[in-house]
Structure formats: structure tokens, C-alpha cells
Design a protein around this ligand. Structure first.
Ligand code: KG4
Ligand code: ZN
Length: 339
């Protein structure tokens, strides 16, 4: 069988990224241009600024990804692109570039669900990993427990009813003055703190449910900070970070293990920006391995938004017969499993 080269394009939020991946598993290049510095002063992603920056960066990033991979445009077999979920203006930039390239090169276009991309990042990190497995996808916009039945079949077993896990990390980081994006900063501060210092709540929805809720936890942290301020007491930032992080990780791990037991799978994977969290990785690994589950997660750069994961997912969608027409549009609220 000859090699299949996929050009992946990702622009759903604040990273402009293009990557070249061979046979779904070999990353030949993965260029990521982050806009974090640009959005930092606003404490979060400003959609209009993100779209404008994507317009400036998309072609240079695509050209760099081809150059680093050492392939020319005509050697690309498939163009894969994120078409949802995400910010509509941001998605449209990557989508337009992908459609233009596919049309000009006369190559097939494959639309990729962003979360499916995050899950696929595990295939890049672990060349032998194959479905079925349970994947906890936790990022700035999503917290889902997904049963990955095959490369193309997904069942959502649990999800957040309000804030996403990464969103909670970002909001708490801002409240304790750590800056943006909050996840890595809370992770770092928590290493110096006591995770049992403050008993923040863990929301559970009963036996059968694997859903999450983080807005009550967020309010509890904000109330704690407010009370301390009113009493004129000094807040230990590291203890708040550690106690908050522990509360998030406890429910993420518990629900993920519940799903794995229910589906009787042998493997559990992590995906999305929050999968870079050191406590989440360690806690899941130690608890899951005691129960004989194999645990998989990508390196941090493959956890956060990148186009290699999109190219990988596009490869498996292409193998399954998926082809998009030039009418493919951005779908900001695209649900996993929807086409
Ligand atoms: O997957 P991603 O790059 O973008 C979305 O699709 O949302 O995830 C970004 C999110 C941010 O909320 C960021 O704070 C969080 O992932 N994050 C982390 C860590 N690194 C990134 N959260 C906790 N601990 C980390 N080490
Ligand atoms: Zn993402």
C-alpha cells in the first residue's frame, strides 16, 4: 500500500496550525502559531481578534508545515480541516484555506470534528493504540467522557452541564491573579500548595451519571476568596490552586473510571488541553493501573490545539469513506457523532 499524506488545518480557537501526517500516525510536521500573547491582556480569547490573526497567519503556517515536512503541495493526498465546534469566524479561516487548496490541487477534502481530533492525538503518541477505549476529553471548551468504539464511532457517556474543566481552570487562575491561560499556571502553583487545605465541593449526579458540573466549584472558590478578603486574612494562592485542582481531578478521574468499568474496556486515554495537567495524569495513572487499565495520554504539545491531531482524525475519516464538498461550512456547535 502506498503512503497516504494528509495536510491538516486547525483554526477553531486561538491557535493557527497546519501539519503533515503520513498514514495517520507519522507526524512529518506540526506548525502551531499561538495567539496567547495577543489575548492575554483581555484575560481570554477575543473572537474577532482571533479571526483576524488567523487570516494573517494561515498561509505562512501552511507553507511552513509543507516545508518542514519536505513535501510539495502536489504530494498531498487529502486535505483535512476542523469545521466545528469552535468560534465561527476562526473556523471559517481554516476552512476557506482548506477548501481553496483542495479545489486548486484537485484533492479530496475531509471535515474533522475538533474533539475527534483531540482523541486522535493519542494515536500519534502511541502508534500501537487502537480502539475500543474510554477517552476523557477535557479542554477550554469541552469536558466529555467518550466511548471510542472504533476509529469512527463515538458515544458520549458523560459531559459537563455548565463550565468546561479548562474554563474553570482559566477563571480560577484569573481570580487568584495568575493570568491566562490559567491551566498550566494553576498546575504549577498547585505543586507548592496543600490540596487538603480547603474543602471545596465535588459535584456528583448519582450512580448512573457520568456528567460534570464545575460552576458550583468555581463559585465556592470565589466565595472563599471574598470571605478571606472581608476578614482581612491573607490568601495562600498555592493552597487555593492545589485544593481547587484536586476537586476538579477527583471528579474527572472518578467518572472516567466509572465509564471504563461500565464498558468493560482495558484502555483509558486522556485528551484536550487539561490532559496536560500533571495531577490528572498521575492520579488517573495510579488509580487506573491498580484496576488493570492501561492509561494513555499525548505529550503536552499534542494535548492542546494542533493540526497533527486533525490530520490523524482526517486519515481515519478518509479511510471510512468521508469526503466533504466545497459547500462544507463551519458548525460552531457541532456535536460529536454528528456529520
Ligand atoms: O484543547 P485546548 O488547547 O483548547 C480547546 O479546545 O479549548 O485547551 C486549552 C485549555 C485551557 O483552558 C487551558 O487552561 C487548559 O486547556 N490547560 C490546562 C493545562 N494546560 C492547558 N489545564 C490544566 N492543567 C494544565 N497543565
Ligand atoms: Zn481543543
Amino acid at each position: 500500500m502506498s503512503d497516504l499524506i494528509v495536510l491538516g488545518i486547525e483554526s477553531s480557537c486561538d491557535e493557527t496550525s497546519a501539519a503533515v501526517v503520513k498514514n495517520g500516525r507519522v507526524v512529518m510536521s506540526n506548525v502551531i502559531s499561538s495567539q496567547v500573547d495577543l489575548h492575554q491582556k483581555f484575560g481570554g480569547v477575543v473572537p474577532e481578534i482571533a479571526s483576524r490573526k488567523h487570516v494573517e497567519l494561515i498561509m505562512p503556517v501552511i507553507n511552513q508545515s509543507l516545508e518542514e515536512a519536505g513535501v510539495n503541495m502536489h504530494e498531498i493526498d487529502v486535505v483535512g480541516v476542523t469545521y466545528g465546534p469552535g468560534l465561527v469566524g476562526a473556523l471559517l479561516v481554516g476552512l476557506s484555506a482548506a477548501k481553496g487548496l483542495a479545489f486548486a490541487l484537485n484533492k479530496p477534502l475531509v471535515g474533522v470534528h475538533h474533539i475527534e481530533g483531540h482523541i486522535a492525538a493519542n494515536y500519534l503518541e502511541h502508534p500501537d493504540l487502537e480502539p475500543p477505549f474510554i477517552c476523557l476529553v477535557a479542554s477550554g471548551g469541552h469536558s466529555h467522557i467518550v466511548y471510542v468504539e472504533s476509529y469512527n464511532r463515538f458515544e458520549i457517556m458523560g459531559q459537563t452541564r455548565d463550565d468546561a474543566a479548562g474554563e474553570a481552570f482559566d477563571k480560577i487562575a484569573r481570580a487568584i491573579g495568575l493570568g491566562y491561560p490559567g491551566g498550566p499556571l494553576v498546575d504549577k502553583a498547585a505543586c507548592q500548595g496543600n490540596c487538603e487545605a480547603i474543602p471545596f465541593p465535588r459535584v456528583r449526579f448519582g450512580e448512573g451519571s457520568m456528567d460534570f458540573s464545575f460552576s458550583g466549584l468555581k463559585t465556592a472558590v470565589l466565595n472563599y476568596l471574598h470571605n478571606m478578603e472581608q476578614k482581612g486574612e491573607k490568601v495562600n494562592i498555592e493552597d487555593v490552586a492545589a485544593s481547587f485542582q484536586q476537586a476538579v481531578v477527583d471528579v474527572l478521574v472518578e467518572n472516567t473510571l466509572k465509564a471504563a468499568k461500565l464498558k468493560d474496556v482495558k484502555k483509558i486515554a486522556l485528551a484536550g488541553g487539561v490532559a496536560a495537567n500533571s495531577l490528572l495524569r498521575n492520579q488517573l495513572k495510579s488509580r487506573a493501573e491498580k484496576l488493570n487499565f492501561g492509561v494513555f495520554y499525548p505529550r503536552p504539545i499534542l494535548c492542546t490545539d494542533n493540526a497533527a491531531m486533525i490530520a490523524c482524525a482526517a486519515f481515519y475519516e478518509y479511510q471510512n469513506g468521508s469526503r466533504a464538498g466545497l459547500e462544507l461550512n463551519a458548525v460552531p456547535g457541532l456535536k460529536l457523532g454528528e456529520k
